[in-house]
Design a protein around this ligand. Structure first.
Ligand code: GLU
Ligand code: ZN
Length: 335
């Protein structure tokens, strides 16, 4: 069965770009009689915002995007969970990530790194001064794994890094971008487990997408450069790699990346200003997709019927507020 997910980090509010990611994931699942899951990615404790989960869920439900599984709002209006693969909030899954990191370590696919922040800062400064690409230099790769484990078990501060092959290429076929290639030598030995015992996004996303049965990963283009790391982790675990679709960036009218400075970016802002959910959904659906016909007015149900990932464009989509206002006017007239 087709299963997609939306995996926001609770950093405050739902960005319109996030709404589009959620919408496309929802539409793709519904169109294929699959399931749409919501997972909360809260492993970055520094970016955590109290009430962030509630805000995101409220905005999604307001827009009509209701998850089948994962973190949901129950009939009582309280945040809860539904589904067999929970918990669906990453901070409640720490033992699962530890177990998987330990497996990678035991198999020699990951290693402990004891480098201090000072050393890493210095390294970055030296690389920058020499105009070299910045990244970890593999300093701790040569440590004896048994010794390193003893040090880590004794409580010495360390992280766990992915052993990324330094030769060859990682190639995959993105449903929107087609064939994408990355030189492995340019990919960093990514930190998988931080010294605070939390996984990084990269480990958690792969472990969860696999354990939660995700077949299609649909997300913003900013994540495409992380894919070679993720594919390497899938390979090390001997897991199938899900299909992936990376959505085009959202741009301001001047083609810069959509930002707060040039207007509202949160769904909540539009809601408060009186935009109808039908209008915002219809507008957002067209940020990167169109049916290839004259039809512009689309309800959520019609989108489910006509949406096609293959028709999503690679080029950045301009956020045109006049168009949103036009949609809103049409829906207000309909009322
Ligand atoms: N937690 C990530 C975000 O906030 C999700 C990226 C992904 O979908 O893999 O965008
Ligand atoms: Zn190190």
């Amino acid at each position: 069965m087709i299963k997609t997910r939306f995996a926001p980090s609770p950093t405050g509010y739902l960005h319109v770009g996030g709404l589009r990611t959620a919408l496309y994931s929802y539409l793709f699942a519904k169109k294929n009689s699959g399931k749409f899951l919501l997972r909360i990615e809260d492993t970055d404790r520094e970016r955590y915002v109290e009430g962030g989960v509630k805000n995101i869920l409220d905005s999604l439900y307001w827009a009509g995007i209701v998850p089948d599984d994962g973190v949901v709002i129950g009939k009582d209006g309280e945040i809860g969970e539904y589904g067999k693969n929970g918990p669906y909030t990453q901070s409640e899954r720490l033992p699962i990530y530890k177990e998987h990191a330990d497996k990678l370590l035991a198999d020699g696919h990951a290693y402990y790194c004891f480098c201090t922040t000072e050393r890493l800062t210095q390294l970055r400064e030296q690389q920058t001064a020499k105009k070299l690409p910045t990244g970890y230099d593999g300093h701790c790769l040569s440590l004896d794994p048994v010794d390193a484990k003893k040090r880590a078990d004794a409580g010495e501060k360390c992280v766990v890094r992915l052993k990324m092959p330094k030769t060859g290429e990682t190639v995959f076929t993105d449903l929107i971008h087609g064939e994408v290639r990355f030189k492995n030598g340019l990919v960093d030995d990514q930190v998988l487990m931080k010294s605070d015992g939390y996984p990084t996004y990269h480990l958690a996303v792969v472990v969860d997408d696999h354990l939660m049965g995700i077949t299609h990963i649909i997300r913003g283009e900013e994540w495409i450069s992380s894919v070679p790391k993720h594919i390497q982790i899938y390979k090390y675990f001997d897991w199938p790699v899900p299909e992936m679709a990376h959505l085009p960036l959202l741009l301001n009218a001047d083609k810069s990346k959509l930002s707060k400075r040039q207007g509202d970016v949160s769904v909540e802002d539009y809601r408060q200003k009186g935009y109808l959910p039908e209008a915002l959904i219809n507008f957002v659906a067209f940020l990167g997709w169109n049916p290839g016909t004259e039809q512009e007015m689309y309800s959520l149900a019609e989108l489910v019927k006509d949406f096609d990932l293959a028709k999503v464009s690679k080029a950045g989509a301009v956020f045109n507020i006049d168009k949103l206002n036009w949609f809103n006017k049409q829906y207000i007239k309909k009322l």
